[in-house]
Design a protein around this ligand. Structure first.
Ligand SMILES: [Cu+2]
Length: 403
């Protein structure tokens, strides 16, 4: 019958399309530069554990897939209606039940799954293992950016607060304590580990380690509102000496501005911005720190002196030490090769190099909501403050001194 032949052809073509499509997908997906959010190019010991589990399991699954598909195609061909049937001689011989086969295809998959389970359990145990010299970082998901808090001397108090870009030394474990300030987010740096949800009121641990310096991209992977799709993050990995230098810079307040525009900008900042943003080391009393007890989520702000934190906005003390801002959506420097949008892995320097990206900073201050969908009326994101161009120039002159 024509119908039978057509469906056999469709089956064969469909199988070929699946195989070719899958192969193309895998081929493309192994490059980190073209696809920065790529789990198939592991760059650290935790990502290696996942990769070493995924590849053999995928190979077994692929083999099973091919065997089943070949079987289906063969049966469709072998048992199709033949010439006599067409003359109305009745249906083909009806077969039903084959005890041997049925036991076989129950036992073989069960055995396969049992073997995979052993490797799986082993991998899960390895994921939790943390080296002694690990660095502790608290990660707080917010609508729509990530905050990182470092306790560099392990005395229980926070020494560094930064945003969007997590900085860590190569070859060292970093133990993240992941929290959320508002809704559920999910922290994911595909090249370094699997994803972990940030759930309000809870703390989830995740260990990251990167073998080599570089910039590794990430993306929030739990729908968290308006700007979820552009809630990005980066991990900037430096070698140990560079990391130590970074810690030194981050724990020293930036120098006070000297040129007139920047001084005026600082004054404006205190009036217009410091109700939400903190810059450590500004004159005491100049700002109104948000009291820790008023934080909506009791987890948020634990062990943090109120001097380090104002409202739910990024701490800007060392703004210019990041390569990107606004949840890694925008470049902070011209000609930066670490743009989250159009390039993959770059090599970061301790202090980002190049001219500050004045254009991006000004665009942001002119009207942040036009760049990143936000809802400041409901305390989500930064409002349009209706600044004049002159004010914007002064503010930016100040912001670029924050190194
Ligand atoms: Cu999110």
């Amino acid at each position: 019958m024509r119908n039978k032949r057509n469906s056999t052809i469709a089956l064969v073509l469909g199988t070929i399309a699946c195989l070719v499509g899958g192969w193309l997908l895998l081929r493309g997906a192994t490059s980190l530069t073209t696809f920065p959010l790529n789990t198939l190019s592991p760059q650290g010991r935790k990502a290696d554990i996942i990769y070493d589990l995924v590849v053999p399991v995928f190979a077994i699954a692929g083999l099973v897939f091919i065997l089943v598909e070949v079987g289906v195609v063969w049966m469709a061909y072998r048992f199709r209606r033949n010439e006599e049937d067409r003359e109305g001689e009745g249906e083909p011989v009806q077969v039903h039940g084959n005890t041997g086969l049925e036991i076989g295809w129950t036992i073989v998959p069960a055995l396969l799954l049992a073997v995979i389970a052993v490797f799986n359990a082993n991998a899960i145990l390895q994921m939790d293992d943390v080296r002694e010299d690990a660095i502790d970082v608290t990660v707080i998901g917010q609508q729509w950016w990530w905050e990182y808090r470092y306790d560099t001397d392990s005395d229980g108090a926070v020494d560094i607060i930064t945003a969007s870009q997590l900085v860590m030394p190569a070859g060292r474990d970093v133990k993240l304590a992941i929290q959320s300030r508002d809704v559920i987010h999910s922290f994911w740096i595909p090249a370094l580990n699997g994803k972990k949800d940030a759930v309000p009121g809870r703390t989830h641990d995740l260990v990251l380690e990167a073998a080599e310096p570089g910039i590794y991209e990430g993306q929030c992977t739990e729908f968290c509102g308006l700007s979820h799709g552009v809630m990005r993050m980066q991990v900037k990995v430096l070698d140990q000496a560079d990391y130590d230098e970074w810690v030194d810079i981050m724990t020293t307040p930036p120098e006070q501005p000297t040129d007139d525009a920047a001084v005026a900008g600082q004054e404006l900042f205190v009036q217009q911005c410091s109700t939400c943003h903190q810059v450590n080391g500004l004159e005491p009393g100049a700002q109104a720190p948000y009291e820790y007890a008023e934080m909506p989520n009791p987890n948020y702000g634990e062990d943090v002196g109120s001097t380090l934190l104002s409202q739910n906005a990024p701490n800007l003390t060392h703004l210019m030490m990041r390569d990107t801002f606004a949840g890694s959506l925008l470049d902070l420097y011209e000609d930066s090769d670490v743009n989250a949008i159009d390039s993959g892995v770059g090599l970061g320097s301790v202090v980002p190099e190049g001219e500050p990206n004045y254009n991006n900073l000004k665009r942001w201050l002119r009207n942040p909501e036009s760049i990143k969908p936000m809802d400041p009326a409901n305390n989500q994101g930064m409002p349009n403050l209706g600044l004049s161009e002159a004010q914007i120039d002064e503010l930016v002159a100040y912001l670029v001194t924050l190194k």
